[in-house]
Design a protein around this ligand. Structure first.
Ligand SMILES: N[C@@H](CCC(=O)N[C@@H](CS)C(=O)NCC(=O)O)C(=O)O
Length: 206
């Protein structure tokens, strides 16, 4: 029995693929070509009514959506594979904090920046929405950077899938993310024996 990942190269499907690879889980990828609007086909909307990738079908048939939730779940299913700190520790609390923080502020910021027309009905307001999204992302990256001045990685002394999520968001981000802590984490992800190959397969910048 294996997982089925609905994804496309270069998208948020990356983070789920990275987590599955780290977990050593068996999985197959079903390509959803968002450039052709396949995310809005009736068949795919039955899987994710939001019309977004990634989505993950678990071996028992359950379907999960929302990249952060999928990754947190996989960390729980494979607790010994080094995806996240041990549950119920302060480092794990940090993991939860940052996964929510990044999903709400940085991933959502990207969506506002790149799908601006979804956020205003005023055709003259598009540039304003984009500028506000960029400003919000800059503020959010600065908050992460401040944290990375105190710990080597987001959740303590060890690289976690939270750091990989951060690196993915840096790869897409339309704002400056050259601060040293952010770059240190991104380079650690790229250098990682498991995450690095998945990163390159998705065509992310090195
Ligand atoms: N909150 C969602 C966002 C997912 C998302 O925006 N995915 C993009 C690809 S990276 C997508 O499906 N875009 C197509 C669309 O929104 O129409 C998550 O974290 O999974």
């Amino acid at each position: 029995m294996s997982y089925t990942l609905y994804s496309r190269t270069g998208t948020g499907g990356f983070i789920v693929e990275a987590a599955l690879a780290k977990a050593g889980a068996e999985f197959a990828v079903v390509e959803i070509d968002t450039s052709k609007g396949e995310q809005n086909s009736p068949e795919y909307l039955a899987i994710n009514p939001m019309g977004q990738i990634p989505a993950l079908r678990a071996p028992d048939g359950a379907v999960l959506t929302e990249s952060a939730a999928i990754v947190i779940h996989l960390a729980n299913v494979f607790p010994d594979q080094g995806l996240a700190p041990k549950p119920a520790t302060s480092d794990h609390a940090a993991f939860l904090r940052w996964m929510f923080f990044m999903a709400i502020n940085l991933y959502e910021g990207d969506v506002r920046y790149y799908y601006t027309d979804r956020y205003t009905t005023d055709p003259d307001g598009l540039e304003g929405v984009k500028a506000a999204a960029a400003a919000h992302m800059s503020k959010s990256f600065a908050i992460v950077e401040e944290a990375l001045e105190k710990t080597p990685y987001l959740c303590g002394d060890d690289l976690s899938i939270g750091d990989v999520y951060l690196a993915m968001l840096m790869n897409w981000c339309p704002v400056d993310s050259s601060a040293p802590g952010l770059q240190r984490v991104k380079q650690a992800v790229i250098a990682d024996a498991v995450y690095g190959p998945v990163w390159r397969a998705h065509g992310f910048k090195t």
